[in-house]
Design a protein around this ligand. Sequence first.
Ligand SMILES: Cc1cc2nc3c(=O)[nH]c(=O)nc-3n(C[C@H](O)[C@H](O)[C@H](O)COP(=O)(O)O)c2cc1C
Length: 377
Amino acid sequence: MPTRDAMLAVVDQFFDGPADLDRLSLMSDDVEWWNGIGKFPAAPGQTVFRGKDEIGRIVLGRAPSPRQPNGRHVDRYDLSTRSFADVRTIVDGDHLFRQHTYRATTMRGRPYENVYGFLFRFDAAGLIDRIWEHWGTLEAYETLFQGPLVVHDPDLILQTTPSVRKRLDLDRPVPREVLQECLELAVHAPNGSNQQPYRFLFVDDAERRAALADIYRSAMADFIDRPRTDAAEDNIDRSDEASKRVTESVMHLAAHMHEVPVLCVPIVAGRTDGLGAGAHAERTNTFWQAGRWGSVVPALWSFMLALRSRGLGSAWTTLTLLREREVADVLGIPYDQWMQVGLFPVAYTIGTDFRITPRRPAAELIRWNGFRTADEA
Ligand SMILES: Cc1cc2nc3c(=O)[nH]c(=O)nc-3n(C[C@H](O)[C@H](O)[C@H](O)COP(=O)(O)O)c2cc1C
């Protein structure tokens, strides 16, 4: 059995040895490494790695990792930045346990911190023949393998994607690649006959953003001055605190719309308002309406959820549709063939914690086996 000092020296080399030291030289040929994460991008589901070749390739990360299913490249920590803190070591017979806090910067520049516990078993020759690696697997998975998502939990994404107006970061540029990445996910939404009859127009040119913002503000004035009817949307009580906050937030967005880094105008082929060209001029009933809108709105909402997962936000706005022709003129959209869905400001959000959006519970909105009023239910 190796001496205590010999085992301590090997483990010291394992963690603190020079960068060019081959860690595999400290291990026996039939070494096994248990690593409970089961999420290595190159070996999904695998928790035990056997032999120097497999450990070298997958656990020590020498082989390039395949892309994740969402198209992302896996991140990993930059070994030259690593440091260990709170090191505790216990030796028991031919086993050595070491716990430490590991800190490093990832290759993509994100901070990584995690607590690790390593149990090593040594063979008679003083080489490591088994490793049990215990670590904060969620932190490792999220930071290293999933990329810089700010929300990983699909339930949370669905519950906390608000209309962001005051918390749009007007100073932080939005790279075009981020928008493309989000749309790359959104295109998987359902749409009529899988024809994807939509386009997403992204506007980052300052002059065009200013023109769109002016149209938005004029449309808002039109809306506020509209003749009122007894329809529900003309009689919303906005006197409570929550509604006052929404109104204030809406006014804020209107005032700053031109400063939002990117404005998005999604469009769908075929008008349903009778003003279109060709066959669509006649196709105005609910069947055709549902088909048109249903072929763009799911992708648009997926896009907004993808933005949220990456720390960006948007707000669904439709006011510009009151002046849709003007927007079409600014962006060169053939008005009689393409219908706009609205104007979507896109920016990084200021902070990424959002409360659960206030909504009536589903139980109030469900009716089983037919339409009834709530008291009949
Ligand atoms: C069809 C539709 C049209 C909307 N139009 C506007 C708009 O023109 N301007 C605006 O600031 N917000 C608009 N909104 C955002 C709503 O006001 C917002 O979703 C609602 O107040 C709930 O807020 P929350 O999603 O942040 O909880 C619209 C939302 C939808 C779904």
